[in-house]
Unconditional design. Structure first.
Length: 128
């Protein structure tokens, strides 16, 4: 029963933080394509670990995390007003490289598809 509640709360926090992220005016955050990859909430709902990824790579995500840490109080207040939880969890931000990694895999697959790489699809006989 507890895991269902924490999963639901994690999803709610992720949705609301995505909206709040657009309102942060810190220059380390505002000019980048950031995404919240995952939110993990502790069992007692006192801490929420937020995994941030940037399209530009891990270095940009690390810089954005510094900006988000300085705006954590603002984000926590906005989150508390939006979700109406008894206790709003303290936010911890961690840089993640999953978006860049996924984009690189997609580019590699597209490149292999375009070149053919010696693999051909079998031709199907025409039905007449």
């Amino acid at each position: 029963m507890g895991s269902y509640r924490s999963d639901r709360t994690s999803e709610d926090i992720m949705r609301e933080l995505s909206a709040i992220l657009r309102t942060v005016k810190d220059p380390r955050v505002a000019g980048h394509m950031l995404s919240i990859v995952r939110v993990d909430v502790t069992r007692d709902m006192s801490y929420a670990t937020v995994f941030i990824s940037a399209m530009e790579g891990l270095d940009t995500a690390k810089t954005a995390v510094k900006g988000l840490q300085s705006a954590a109080g603002y984000m926590r207040r906005e989150l508390g007003q939006a979700l109406r939880l008894r206790y709003t969890p303290e936010l911890r931000f961690i840089a993640d490289d999953s978006i860049r990694y996924s984009a690189d895999i997609s580019a590699t697959l597209n490149r292999l598809k375009e070149t053919g790489n010696g693999v051909r699809e079998e031709e199907t006989p025409d039905e007449n």
